[in-house]
Design a protein. Structure first.
Length: 398
């Protein structure tokens, strides 16, 4: 299956490069490139300090250019959740990809196997997660069939995913995971690579102590499972997982060898609502929906960015105040509109034409609503458009 066709960038869009931020038409998804690069640098320094690998989730940005930027900063590769996302990344030169999700359909597994051979031909490596013996057997069958059509005999890295509390995918920690690792070892085209242990719900627990206590339980489950697998003579090469909310816990554990944190790059409103762990780098907001006031009234104003421009699964966006007098709260105005009210006494209602910067509640699905992001350098107030960043894997859902 070919990667999705890229949407052409219009002349009016490409001509924005070099112009003032005020030339951007609204609503638009804007990246503060300076803040984003500082976030990437802090993450790279954090991983190096703790001697752990860093493999960020590309589903955060869905951009080959940004994946490449992360790898230039020290990331070993990227995670994706969908086969189609992996196809987009590999097609454009990102050859170290982990599909950190289960793939079961025969048609998709054929694509996975073809992709494993394509990555191997470029001295890369494809990896995937499994949580059932059926999944292992189907993956092995697809890899064996693909080997018949390729001169090289690619091997795919396979991680046994264990459910450490999220209640989504994952085998039960302990003997069930041991059985899966043994099943993987039966198939020459598969290589047992280690364990995936990701607790998604823990990422959004508000208290730092609460997150630490929750991840401590995760550590117990991982150590127990690893001990049982290694007792059977199978080294657990790597434990991978963690997200922006808990990465300090996994990094300091001595158990995890790889961090999958990705949202730190943009730092959405939901993650910013967490109590910051003192050991975590100070990440900045770097992703914004730029909007404009189109109607102003005595008690409220209306902007042109509604739900079609930002995801609301983690709540409504937060208005990024550039000065204390302009603090505003955002309320539901429907598909195309946002309602803005003063955040407190003495705050002004913005007039018609006023530019606003909205911090999305959840960065990943917000990015997936847009064909491109506009990269701005020099700050939100007086910055200049430096780049148009294509959302290459937008809509890559299969």
């Amino acid at each position: 299956m070919k990667p999705p066709t890229k949407t052409p960038l219009s002349e009016s869009l490409t001509s924005l490069v070099g112009q003032s931020v005020h030339a951007i038409d609204t609503p638009a998804l804007v990246v503060d490139l300076d803040a984003m690069k500082r976030n990437i640098g802090r993450m790279a320094e954090f991983a190096k300090k703790h001697n752990v690998r860093w493999r960020p989730h590309a589903k955060t940005h869905k951009s080959v250019a940004l994946a490449r930027l992360q790898m230039q900063a020290g990331a070993v590769g990227v995670c994706v959740q969908k086969t189609a996302e992996a196809e987009v990344m590999v097609a454009d030169g990102i050859h170290n990809v982990f599909i950190s999700n289960e793939v079961i359909a025969a048609s998709k597994l054929a694509r996975v196997a073809a992709l494993a051979h394509r990555a191997a031909a470029q001295d890369g490596q494809l990896a995937i997660a499994v949580d059932s013996s059926e999944g292992v057997i189907r993956l092995a069958q697809a890899m064996n069939e693909a080997r018949e059509h390729h001169s090289a005999r690619a091997v795919i890295d396979v991680f046994v995913e264990i459910d450490v509390g999220h209640g989504r995918c994952g085998a039960t920690p302990g003997p069930a995971a041991v059985a899966l690792s043994q099943e993987i070892r039966k198939h020459p085209a598969l290589r047992f690579a280690g364990l995936q242990a990701y607790h998604g719900k823990a990422q959004h627990l508000r208290g730092a102590r609460q997150r630490r206590d929750t991840i401590a339980i995760v550590m117990d489950e991982v150590r127990y499972t690893r001990r049982l697998i290694e007792a059977e003579g199978m080294p657990v090469g790597l434990v991978t997982g963690a997200g922006t909310g808990t990465m300090v816990c996994e990094a300091a554990s001595g158990v995890f060898g790889e961090l999958q944190a990705g949202s730190f790059m943009f730092m959405d409103a939901d993650y910013a609502a967490n109590e910051r762990d003192a050991a975590q780098p100070q990440f900045e907001h770097a992703l914004f929906v730029m909007s404009q006031v189109i109607s102003s009234h005595k008690e409220y104003a209306v902007c042109d960015a509604g739900h079609k421009s930002h995801a609301i699964d983690s709540g409504l966006p937060r208005v990024h105040a550039l000065d204390p007098d302009s603090e505003l709260d955002y309320f539901n105005g429907g598909d195309e509109h946002g309602i803005l009210r003063p955040a407190g006494a003495g705050r002004r209602i913005p007039g018609i034409g006023r530019m606003l910067w909205l911090v999305p509640g959840h960065c990943d699905p917000t990015v997936n609503l847009h064909d491109f992001m506009i990269g701005v350098a020099g700050g939100l107030s007086q910055g200049v458009v430096e780049a148009i960043i294509r959302v290459d894997a937008r809509g890559a859902l299969t």
